[in-house]
Ligand binder design. Structure first.
Ligand code: HBI
Ligand code: FE
Length: 279
């Protein structure tokens, strides 16, 4: 992994684009070529449109300064470099100010599909295309503001589920079929195919009270995906006061990742995978 001077109190460092090695750029190329191919017909139109407009190519890891010349005038967002995970407080403060913290390092060639901390491919290729969309731009800012509030209410784990099942692993119904928009999916070859094509996971209509109670897996593909009717549902969520929803959810039991409820709108009923039985 790259070494860099310690971050300041805002958690930020310089990207130091000139320091990336040929091997690191080659890792980007492998991931970029694989994902741009897989996302055709699988990512939603907004994702593909954002991807096409950003100065991203297979040639090299992108320079954040160049990305910001396109991103900033479009939605008011900018991408800033961090060494890895930052504290919740720091993360939310940046999002509330329309700054997206992106890992500046890239995964090692032997861990192309799974990594513990978000790297530049997940953060830039996965997240920035949707941050070119005005609705996602407002939603993630609202998440940053809501995160600071949820912390005070002791409800952060519930709010984090909304982010997880939308921004990271969300699906959306498009006129021509089900599509993905979540960054966690869009940056993973396995999950790009799995979330839409595999019969194992449930695909359920997104409902806020339900999602607030649903735990998630951080070390495997998801047992259930939640589907928005359209991206404008995120706009409504950005303007929703979550406090009464937190209060209601706290009176009900949490749900295991693959659990189904009689009240769910089931678009596809999955089945429990054998190797997931122990969870
Ligand atoms: N830091 N760099 C980075 N990226 C994240 O996605 C991130 C983080 N810190 C905290 C965090 N996510 C989550 O715990 C919150 O969304 C709840
Ligand atoms: Fe992410």
């Amino acid at each position: 992994m790259r070494t860099s001077p310690p971050p300041g109190p805002d958690g930020l460092i310089e990207q130091r684009w000139a320091d990336y090695s040929a091997i690191e750029h080659a890792t980007w190329r492998t991931l970029f070529e694989r994902q741009t191919r897989l996302l055709q017909g699988r990512a939603c139109d907004a994702f593909l449109d954002g991807l096409a407009r950003l100065p991203l190519s297979a040639e090299h890891i992108p320079d954040f300064a160049q990305l910001n010349r396109v991103l900033r005038p479009r939605t008011g967002w900018e991408v800033v470099a961090v060494p890895g995970l930052v504290s919740d407080e720091v993360f939310f403060a940046h999002l509330a100010a329309r700054r997206f913290p992106a890992g500046h390092f890239i995964r090692e060639p032997h861990q192309l599909d799974y990594l513990e901390a978000p790297d530049v491919f997940h953060d830039v290729f996965g997240h920035l295309p949707m941050l070119m969309h005005p609705v996602m731009a407002d939603f993630i800012q609202a998440y940053g503001e809501g995160g600071l509030r949820a912390q005070r209410l002791g409800c952060l784990p519930m709010l984090a589920r909304v982010y997880w099942y939308t921004v990271e692993f969300g699906l959306v119904q498009q006129a021509d079929g089900l599509r993905l928009f979540g960054a966690g999916i869009a940056s993973s070859a396995t999950e790009t195919v799995y979330c839409l094509d595999d019969p194992a996971p449930h695909r359920l209509r997104f409902e806020l009270p339900r999602v607030l109670r649903t735990r998630y897996r951080i070390d495997d593909v998801q047992a259930a995906y939640f589907v928005l009717n359209d991206l404008d549902e995120l706009l409504a969520l950005a303007h929703t006061d979550f406090a009464p929803f937190y209060a209601a959810a706290q009176t009900q039991p949490e749900l295991a990742p693959g659990e189904l409820l009689p009240t769910d709108t089931v678009l596809h009923r999955g089945h429990v995978r054998r190797n997931a039985l122990a969870i």
